[in-house]
Ligand binder design. Structure first.
Ligand code: KIV
Ligand code: ZN
Length: 515
């Protein structure tokens, strides 16, 4: 018997981007969107076009580039939002508008200050407006997890009648418990007379650590679309993690009567790309994509796995794209081998000039480090992207002096809009001295909130990947840098944050304020 199809709706570029500090440039969104398309994600929510010009352009750029996945833009149930989303998705082969309005008593009374009747009217009007742009319309009753089921039935029946084709049930605040959320989906699908005219979807937040469990309970009760993000990124504690949902459904086909079309061998690639771009490291014990997810420490387990893999492994590492042969390139690798491996990692270059630039950086890295892994290549691309090459502030040189018993100091040269500026500062350590030197040139006044170093691969010659998080005018901004020298990686990360501070613009948050 053929199984139903479970639609995978990825919202890394929208809800994922609502994680404080995870905002992405248009170029970064396009890179992630291409990787999601390669992984055969069905729908990519690329952003919230009304939020800012940058968001609008990013959704448009994704719609222009991605051809196989549906591209979705988020819009509150407002004319201005819907028009902006409609324009942004216009270039897509297949475009969707996702419109929403809150339906829980607390949101309607306290946030919207609207009566239930007004909310229903506005929802119907929003779907009608969206029809001008596309037939593919998704409607979400925000905070459905705390809404009255009777009211949900009423509003959902009305929007389906108006033309909504997907009904998404969000547990916006992550309040639900699996059996209860599953019952809610079952109740809605059974009670709403025209429920067969739409696909039911779920969007679960992870405030109680139940986002994946709630999503799966919903799938068991008739949901046929799951909204999720790579690495579980998202507002507050995040969203349901795509890799966990997909691998649970695939591994436990005995309990699910549906399956996804996802190419799971691209999961690792997407996970690394998203963590590299956002600077949100994946915890080692994270299910599916954590560094320890397929590692066996205890002797008993190792012995068992060697005798028969299935003794302690329920999935194959290859199925998520982890290869045992991880050494890919070295200093003798030529341009062709480099380009081929990059293509295998779904990394394309917009011009010969860009390829040459990244290849030159690869050669420099290969001189310092003998074995170049996929993770190194991905970090190289983040560093050499055309957007980064066009950034106003660049690190030209850094020299640090750190000696036992002496105060460390750093001498730095930056280029700012092409003009060289130098500074020398002391600090409590070489990283602190470097940051002080950058600040003495930039005078940004930002407050450093987080500094973290991760090794990209193993070994003492590994590149260190540094993330800095700064607060600037109330906005949280992350900067990343990678180098085999962690002081240089730190300075690169700080400079990256400075560029983002310069580029940052005021954005509207989809779920705050009035509708
Ligand atoms: O969590 C939520 O309710 C959302 C909606 C916009 C779907 O992100
Ligand atoms: Zn959400």
């Amino acid at each position: 018997m053929s199984k139903d199809r479970l639609i995978i709706f990825d919202t890394t570029l929208r809800d994922g981007e609502q994680s404080p500090g995870a905002s992405m440039t248009a170029d970064e969104k396009v890179r992630i969107a291409k990787a999601l398309e390669q992984m055969k994600v069905d729908v990519i929510e690329a952003g919230f076009p009304i939020a800012s010009n940058g968001d609008f352009e990013a959704v448009k750029a994704v719609a222009n580039t991605v051809k196989d996945s549906t591209i979705c833009g988020l819009a509150r149930a407002k004319q201005i939002d819907i028009d902006r989303a409609g324009e942004a998705i216009k270039p897509a082969n297949s475009g969707r508008i996702h419109t929403f309005i809150a339906t829980s008593p607390i949101h309607m009374e306290q946030k919207l200050r609207m009566s239930p009747d007004q909310v229903v009217d506005q929802a119907i009007a929003a779907v009608r407006m969206a029809k001008k742009y596309t037939d593919d319309i998704e409607f979400s009753p925000e905070d459905a997890g705390r809404s009255e089921p009777d009211f949900l039935c009423r509003i959902i029946e009305a929007v389906i009648k108006e033309g909504a084709t997907t009904i998404n049930i969000p547990d916006t605040v992550g309040y639900n418990i699996p059996h209860q959320f599953g019952n809610l989906i079952n109740d809605l699908v059974t009670r709403i007379p025209n429920s067969d005219k739409a696909i039911f979807s779920v969007h679960c937040h992870n405030d109680l650590g139940l986002a994946v469990a709630n999503s799966l309970a919903a799938v068991r009760n008739g949901a046929r679309q799951v909204e999720c993000t790579i690495n579980g990124l998202g507002e507050r504690a995040g969203n349901a993690s795509l890799e966990e949902v997909v691998m649970a459904v695939r591994t436990r086909q005995d309990v699910f009567d549906c399956d996804t079309s996802l190419d799971s061998t691209q999961i690792m690639n997407c996970s690394r790309l998203v963590s590299g771009i956002t600077g949100f490291a994946v915890q080692p014990n994270k299910a599916i994509v954590g560094a320890n997810a397929f590692a066996h420490e205890s002797g008993i387990h190792q012995d068992g796995v060697l005798k028969s893999r299935e003794t302690y492994e329920i999935m194959r590492a290859q199925d998520i794209g982890l290869s045992t042969n991880k050494i890919v390139l070295g200093k003798h690798s030529g341009r062709n081998a480099f380009k081929t491996r990059m293509a295998e990692l779904n990394i394309e270059f917009s011009s010969e000039e860009e390829l040459n630039e990244v290849f030159a950086n690869f050669k420099t890295l290969a001189d310092k480090k003998h074995e170049i892994f996929d993770e190194d290549l991905q970090a190289l691309v983040t560093e050499s992207s055309s957007e980064m090459m066009n950034e106003p502030v660049k690190l030209i040189s850094l020299s640090v002096c750190s000696e036992t018993g002496e105060t460390p100091n750093a001498s730095i040269t930056l280029s700012i809009h092409g003009e060289e500026k130098k500074a020398q500062c002391e600090g409590s350590g070489p990283v602190d001295a470097s940051f002080q030197a950058i600040e003495s040139i930039m005078s940004s006044g930002v407050e450093l909130q987080l500094y973290s170093v991760n090794n990209i691969t193993t070994g003492s010659d590994s590149q260190g990947e540094v993330t800095v998080r700064v607060r600037s005018n109330g906005n949280i901004i992350n900067g990343q840098g990678a180098d085999t020298d962690i002081v240089i990686a730190s300075a690169k990360a700080y400079v990256n944050a400075m560029n983002k501070v310069i580029a940052s613009e005021q954005r509207t948050h989809p779920q705050r304020g009035e509708v």
